[in-house]
Design a protein around this ligand. Structure first.
Ligand SMILES: NC(=O)c1ccc[n+]([C@@H]2O[C@H](COP(=O)([O-])OP(=O)(O)OC[C@H]3O[C@@H](n4cnc5c(N)ncnc54)[C@H](OP(=O)(O)O)[C@@H]3O)[C@@H](O)[C@H]2O)c1
Length: 230
């Protein structure tokens, strides 16, 4: 595998972005990763080095994006693969979500992605090569999920402009790809966040099993016996 390419991954402090950056670094690629909090990247991937560049960015701010892409090119001398991963799911029916909530979801998922594309393309066009991967969702492919209308519509937008982008840039040797992931959970973050809930749930299920099968007293008896012997 060629490992000279420079990747630029947004939203890399957790989830898919985190796993991707971890894999890329382990394969020897050079990676610029963004987060709203650069400390969260440094704590997991370390300080800036010849292979890694952690960047603090507000994805919604075009000037901010312009600046971190320029910093990436200065640091590595090039930029090759863009992964527009930063995004979040906004739950709520169309009636109940406020104007602010809907706009914020678009600001991150749609306009944040556009900010990255707009500012990366001059470099990719100049070198006449590059790949842009835009992370949509299964909800950007089919939207029959009640309560996910706004989120799905942002991901339909991502899919739509990626298809047009692919046509716009192909003559420059650049490829644009839309990715439609299904549901996944970042297991480490999930466990960290929900460990107490999971333990409670597990104990509850054990209790229910013991009570249902009238095993409470025999089990307590056996445990007491073991404790006594020990
Ligand atoms: N999880 C799923 O089941 C699923 C399914 C289909 C598609 N997707 C899509 O796949 C991508 C990654 O999903 P994930 O579950 O791995 O996400 P995640 O762990 O919740 O977050 C991924 C990154 O997105 C950034 N982000 C989240 N909210 C943001 C906001 N309000 N402003 C700016 N950045 C924000 C975060 O950056 P910071 O480092 O700044 O916090 C975070 O590192 C997203 O685009 C998501 O829509 C997810």
């Amino acid at each position: 595998m060629e490992t000279t390419k420079v990747w630029f991954v947004t939203g890399a402090s957790k989830g898919l972005g985190f796993e991707l950056v971890k894999k890329l670094l382990s394969e020897g690629f050079r990676v610029a990763a963004t987060s709203r909090t650069v400390e969260s990247l440094i704590s997991v991937f370390g300080e800036a080095s010849e292979n890694f560049l952690p960047l603090s960015v507000n994805i919604k701010d075009n000037n901010d994006i312009q600046s971190v892409i320029s910093t990436t090119v200065k640091h590595f001398g090039q930029i090759d693969v863009i992964v527009n991963n930063a995004g979040y799911g906004q739950i709520g029916t169309l009636e109940e979500l406020t104007d602010e909530e809907a706009r914020e979801n678009y600001a991150v998922n749609v306009f944040g992605t556009l900010n990255v594309i707009r500012n990366a393309l001059p470099y990719l066009r100049e070198q006449r090569s590059g790949n842009i991967f835009n992370i949509s969702s299964i909800g950007g492919y089919s939207a029959n999920f009640p309560g996910w209308g706004i989120y799905c519509s942002t991901k339909f937008a991502v899919a739509g402009f990626t298809e047009a982008l692919a046509e716009e840039v192909k003559d420059f040797g650049i490829h644009a790809t839309v990715v439609y992931p299904g549901y996944f959970r970042h297991i480490h973050a999930f466990l960290r966040k929900n460990i107490n809930f999971l333990l409670d749930f597990l104990l509850c299920q054990i209790n229910r099993f013991l009570i249902k099968w009238k095993l409470v007293f025999p089990v307590f008896g056996i445990v007491a016996l073991f404790l006594g012997i020990a």
